[in-house]
Design a protein around this ligand. Structure first.
Ligand code: 26Q
Length: 817
């Protein structure tokens, strides 16, 4: 397989080899003899970075007509080296250069720490979008925070999750460029004063009590074939003054340093929760810090290039990744009003024609709201502006009929940017919605649910505002880099054009029943499964048989994602095997991985249950290789790259209506795992693309979920109607998996019996049924592989290149470079 590698030409190898040698000596001060893999990684990254800069300078010749700015509190990038090497076509050159230095490229790649600046789907989506924008030539800049500590490291102590700080920057970051010249002052607190009227207008001035400096650090994002390079600009927080000298000299040494600590705390650590809006002051400081720095930076660039701030919407499109940067609405208004002196109407026009908002969740507990009192204290000028926006918004609606109608007050309360029902709180979703030109959902179902539920009243006011942009994944990372064997097979079968145009994967369909092709496809899978089995043995001590069906559920641990449903089915299967050990059970390995938010007690208990069930099942000699259960610690992007190509079955079993899209589902299907899933999020669109006969669907649909939730005692009745479910729950509740603490899992089983918000009990029997159909399908290898191959062949639409083209054409109205 040569492309994307233009094969390793001799000169290029020598050049790179010497460049790596020089970096090792002069940038790192190391000799080849004393260099550790981490040093070789840094030297190689620095050498590659030089080539990226060269490509960058080539692609930066002229000012683009319009730029996209992607604001996200999370970029879950993972490792950067294989992306950079492959997109530059330098993988084989690098391998050869390192070999001549006596170093193995794979070992060097393993030494790169993941940049885990995100929790899960939302952060990984931002990383895929950045890679796609660079690949298809959208001039773009990502804006985020340069956290000292990314997502915590997960380990296990007797099956309980333990968190340790993640330290990706401990030995520096060879990819980044510090840009101290791009530094902005970010204010907090203080008061708003009015100046005397100039030409009949009163100007407001915000005098912050505290300022923090935002210092830019740029990470280059290389596109496919090195054609374009964009930047990811991450802000580091520094104190306004390194130490408060007046205070220090006045004797208050501790106070002088404390102010600095308080400033630097802003970029210290990523919040590890992805499902409940925690509402702490530091989180709001993070949100404002990075949003204000980004908006100031992009407005300054625009004014420098174009002279007039009024033309901002023609030359800049800002995408808000969820509500985390929603404070951009009043921040952009503040700049336009207070700094550039625009009239309200003009400022509002510019704002609402530049901003766009992506929603990623409708779960009420995850919708951000901030107490008015906190906003007033931290961001007094922004709170004034929010009040004004809201006043005009409500006046406008009160004018257009509705007033006097019996529910007029209820209607205004529903569309208001301020929630008055439990203390006064700013609704960030409403604020982002109202300030944006387009608002998008991340799958077709999720977009429909936005229109009919959380945003129904606002949607009625502007029916064209909400649009559907189904998520995608970058095939360069999740297919070419993660599964080179399958990529090679695809290239050999349909031609190297597939690397540029994934639609060519279609050509694999014709081979779905061809024994020679199937054998090669299966051989690639087998190799990935053996590699994963080695990782499992090394990290958990569990031996698994690569011939067994690898059944995988990897994602954040959350009740709505229903890992518990999978575990209960595992327990039921264990009971069935024990009852009839001599039946021809389909050998399975159930593989779990994922992190629970440190404060999410129920999710941590679900992890413990998975580990306790794993121990009981794996230690039971009667079960032997028919069933094994594995929980792999410390799930990450790089671990996902090892797991996904090795999966036979992909578990996407969220309660219908609750998973906005999912993107792991796409990675698995592309790599040929069959999906067992509910009609939720993008699973529906995956079914539409791969064909209903090539996916295993079960369970209630979103409207059925709502209907069932309205029935009294639905959980107790479902358990009563299902002896298999009742027996599995009894076994868990009786302490069979926790003999040292029999009541350990009662919080889980009691909740299922009493409430079961996520309808595990309603879907259990259908889940069991479809799992046994999967067992049967596995016993027909020809049928199984034909389905797998059809999955790979039909997934091209889920490329994030497609998603980015849709955003570019229908939201940003930006030309591709
Ligand atoms: C909010 C406030 C305070 C602290 C943390 C947060 C917070 C952080 C992260 C809230 C939510 C998140 C992440 C959400 C997320 O990852 N959502 C997922 O987005 C994916 C990309 O669109 C979808 O595919 C998933 O369905 C959705 O769950």
């Amino acid at each position: 397989w040569t492309a994307p590698v233009l094969s390793a030409s001799g000169d290029a190898v020598v050049d790179l080899r010497e460049s790596i040698r020089a970096k090792l000596a002069f940038a790192l001060g190391r000799t080849p003899e004393s260099a550790r893999p981490r040093d070789w990684f840094a030297a190689t990254a620095l050498a590659l970075r030089e080539r990226i800069v060269a490509a960058c300078m080539a692609s930066e010749r002229s000012v683009p007509n319009k730029r996209v700015y992607y604001l996200s509190l999370e970029f879950l990038i993972g490792r950067l080296m294989s992306d950079a090497m492959n997109n530059l076509g330098l993988t084989e050159t690098t391998r050869a250069a390192l070999r001549e230095l006596g170093v193995d490229l794979d070992a060097v790649q393993e030494a790169e720490p993941d940049a885990a600046l995100g929790n899960g789907g939302l952060g990984r989506l931002a990383a895929c979008f950045m890679e796609s924008m660079a690949s298809i030539g959208i001039p773009a800049m990502g804006y985020g925070i340069r956290y000292d500590h990314g997502l915590f490291r997960q380990s296990f102590e007797d099956g309980w999750q333990r968190e340790a700080p993640e330290t990706w920057l401990a030995e520096g970051n060879p990819w980044e460029f510090a840009r101290p010249e791009a530094t902005y002052a970010i204010g907090f607190g203080g008061a708003v004063t009015m100046s005397s009227a100039e030409a009949g207008v009163i100007r407001r001035h915000w005098q912050p009590a505290e300022t923090v400096r935002a210092v830019a650090h740029d990470v280059p994002v290389v596109g496919w074939r090195g054609r374009h390079v964009n930047a990811l600009r991450l802000w580091k927080a520094e104190a306004g003054e390194p130490v408060d000298l007046a205070r220090f000299n006045g004797g208050d040494h501790v106070g002088a340093v404390a102010a600095r600590m308080r400033a630097e705390a802003i970029s210290r650590v990523l919040y590890p929760s992805d499902s409940s809006a925690e509402g702490q002051e530091l989180r709001l400081r993070q949100e404002y810090f990075f949003t204000a720095a980004s908006i100031q930076d992009l407005v300054a660039r625009h004014v420098a290039e174009r002279g007039d701030v009024r033309s901002l919407p023609d030359h800049a499109a800002i995408q808000l990744n969820d509500t985390h940067p929603a404070i951009a609405v009043p921040e952009l208004m503040r700049l336009l009003l207070d700094v550039y002196g625009l009239a309200w109407e003009d400022a509002w026009h510019v704002t609402t024609h530049t901003l766009h908002y992506t929603n990623h969740t409708l779960l009420p507990e995850a919708l951000e709201t901030w107490p008015v009192e906190l906003m007033e204290r931290l961001l007094p000028r922004h709170m004034q502006i929010i009040y004004l926006i809201n006043w005009m918004h409500l006046e406008e609606q009160a004018k257009h009929g509705r007033q006097g109608s019996a529910d007029a007050a209820a209607y205004l309360a529903a569309i208001s940017l301020i929630d008055e029902s439990h203390g006064r709180r700013v609704r960030m979703g409403h604020l982002a919605f109202h300030g944006a030109r387009r608002v998008n959902g991340v799958s077709a179902l999720h977009t429909d649910l936005m229109r009919s539920t959380v945003f129904s009243d606002l949607h009625a006011l502007d029916p064209d505002k909400i649009v559907n942009k189904t998520n995608g994944i970058t095939f360069r990372r999740w297919f070419h880099n993660a599964n080179p064997g399958l990529t090679r097979l695809a290239v050999e079968t349909v031609g190297a054009g597939v690397l540029d145009n994934p639609e060519l994967l279609r050509g694999l369909e014709a081979q779905a029943e061809d024994p020679a092709f199937v054998a090669r496809y299966a051989a690639v899978r087998r190799e990935r499964k053996e590699a994963l089995a080695a990782i499992i043995a090394e990290r958990t001590g569990i031996d698994v048989d690569p011939a067994a069906l690898f059944d995988v559920q990897v994602k954040r641990i959350h009740e709505y994602k229903r890992q518990l449903l999978n575990i209960i089915e595992t327990v039921a299967l264990y009971q069935a095997i024990k009852a009839e050990p001599h039946r021809d059970w389909t050998p399975r390995v159930k593989i779990f991985a994922g992190k629970a938010a440190p404060s999410y007690v129920q999710a941590k208990l679900i992890i413990k249950l998975a580990c306790d069930v794993a121990r009981a099942v794996n230690d039971d000699p009667e079960v032997a290789d028919r069933l094994k259960v594995v929980f792999l610690p410390n799930y990450s992007v790089s671990l996902a790259e090892s797991i996904i190509p090795a999966a036979d079955l992909s578990e996407q079993i969220s309660t219908a209506g609750m998973e906005a899209s999912g993107t792991g589902n796409m990675k698995f299907a592309l790599n040929g795992a069959l999906t067992v899933g509910t009609l939720d999020g993008a699973n529906i669109e995956i079914r539409d693309h791969v064909g209903a006969e090539n996916i295993f669907i079960f369970g209630l649909e979103a409207d059925g979920v709502r209907a069932r939730q309205a029935e009294p005692d639905y959980a107790a009745r479902a358990i009563e109607a299902s002896p298999r479910l009742a027996a599995a729950l009894d076994m868990i509740a009786a302490g069979r998996f926790s003999p040292d603490e029999p009541g350990r899992f009662r919080p889980l089983t009691d909740d299922l019996r009493r409430r079961d918000q996520y309808l595990l009990t309603a879907d259990f029997d259908d889940y069991w049924r479809v799992q046994r159909a999967i067992d049967a399908a596995w016993r027909d290898p020809r049928g199984w592989w034909a389905k797998a191959i059809r999955n790979t062949a039909r997934m091209a639409w889920f490329s994030s290149d497609r998603a980015m083209r849709e955003y570019a054409g229908e939201i940003w109205r930006v030309r591709l470079g």
